[in-house]
Ligand binder design. Structure first.
Ligand code: PLP
Length: 392
């Protein structure tokens, strides 16, 4: 044993016994991964960045591999890559699979920052995009062309909540030999199984239900296709994407309760959405499990569960200041982006700025993410804010 303090504090000779186990997986950290000997270095370097051995912290640790395996189990997939956010997962798919001259198709109700990515980062690389109407499969068919290499799908659409006929959209894309990527954040691996529908790649914002704590940002890209995974893996290495062990720990802690929480969010949101539909100030409730929502029949043919998200459209004629004051008066609903955590959230949206043309609504839209508070307490809160802002 060395005699000097700093050396002693770095080179300790206590090692945990092999086979030590507890319920939570260990949180392994490290940029440097130590090799047992010099010969092993050469072996591992040949497989650098492969996910079947440890070579460098950026390329995975036992902690990140455990999360990848559990997400593969959640999705019914063979391969998983973890990125620092849901948005990073989306960008990874685009950058990994598209090249100059290629075109990607996005649903017109796509998650906003995914559209921004297609409008800003991709055009200078020679990659173009078009938006298709996800509620009109013929529109997808019309927009598929010889340059189309990737079609994104989202079910339901962000904010306006239309549920598309995924089976039909996937079939059209596959007939044309185009790769299909699905943003599965809403379904969370619980509501429906994308790979059973023929989707090639599924991405998640683990930030939402898988973590469940509103305390961590992370994303995943899963697939069953070895060749697609290989292309994504190369881009992943080149972009230097990785995740921190402490963040992975949070998601690992959330996963065991994912399904149970999803059921609770669902039951509470459906009850509150139904109540909202009875309110005189409300014109339309957009919740895929209610038949007032476009695509309700497709939701019913793909799912029996729904996430805790819904939007409401106030009847036209109300001032935006009235809708703002309704949001401000809610005591149990935080005003904020993202969703999937314990606290209920509310967000007013300016529809013309997020949608154009077909599928645009009249009136003010407010989106709710229902958390895990008691449903009656939430209903009372909605009721008092509704009365104070709309007089009934
Ligand atoms: C939140 C969200 C994302 C992005 O996730 P971040 O981790 O916040 O980057 C992507 N898609 C959908 C549908 C989302 O709701």
């Amino acid at each position: 044993m060395p005699k000097n303090l700093s050396t002693k504090l770095i080179h300790d000779d206590y090692f945990p016994p092999v086979g030590y186990q507890a319920v939570p997986p260990g949180v392994f950290k490290g940029s440097t991964v130590l090799f047992p000997d010099a010969v092993t270095v050469r072996e591992r370097m040949r497989a650098f960045g492969r996910r079947d051995g440890y070579s460098y912290g950026l390329y995975g640790t036992p902690t990140t591999y455990i999360l990848e395996q559990r997400l593969c189990a959640l999705e019914g997939a063979r391969h998983c890559l973890l990125g620092p956010s849901g948005q990073a997962a989306i960008a990874l798919v685009n950058l990994g699979l598209l090249a100059a001259g290629d075109e990607l198709l996005l649903p017109s109700n796509v998650y906003g920052p995914a559209l921004r990515h297609a409008r800003t980062t991709l055009p200078p690389l020679g990659i173009t995009h078009q938006c298709y109407d996800p509620m009109d499969p013929a529109d997808l068919e019309r927009k598929l062309g010889p340059r189309t290499k990737l079609v994104w799908m989202e079910a339901p659409g962000s904010i306006t909540m239309e549920f598309p006929d995924l089976r039909k959209l996937v079939a059209i894309a596959k007939e044309n030999g185009v790769v299909v990527a699905l943003d599965n954040t809403w379904g969370a691996g619980v509501a429906f199984k994308p790979f059973e529908l023929g989707v090639d790649i599924s991405i998640h914002a683990l930030t939402k239900y898988p973590s469940g704590g509103a305390d961590v940002l992370m994303g995943s890209v899963t697939t069953n296709d070895d060749a697609l995974h290989e292309r994504l893996r190369i881009a992943y290495l080149d972009l230097g994407m990785g995740v921190g062990a402490n963040d992975v720990e949070f998601v690992l802690r959330g996963l065991p309760t994912l399904e149970a929480r999803y059921h609770l969010h669902d039951a509470s949101a459906r009850s509150l959405a139904t109540w909202m539909a009875s309110q005189p100030a409300i014109g339309q409730v957009l919740h895929p499990a209610l038949d007032s929502c476009p695509g309700h029949e497709h939701w019913a043919s793909h799912c029996s569960l729904a996430a805790g998200l819904f939007s409401v459209l106030f009847k036209s004629g109300y001032a935006s200041s009235q809708v703002d004051s309704f949001c401000d008066r809610l005591k149990l609903f935080g005003i904020g982006l993202s969703w999937g955590g314990p606290m209920s959230l509310v967000m007013p949206y300016d529809l013309p700025s997020i949608r154009s043309g077909k599928g645009c609504y009249e009136g003010h839209l407010v989106r709710f993410s229902i958390g895990l508070e008691n449903t009656d307490d939430l209903r009372e809160d909605l009721e008092q804010a509704m009365k104070a802002s709309f007089g009934r």
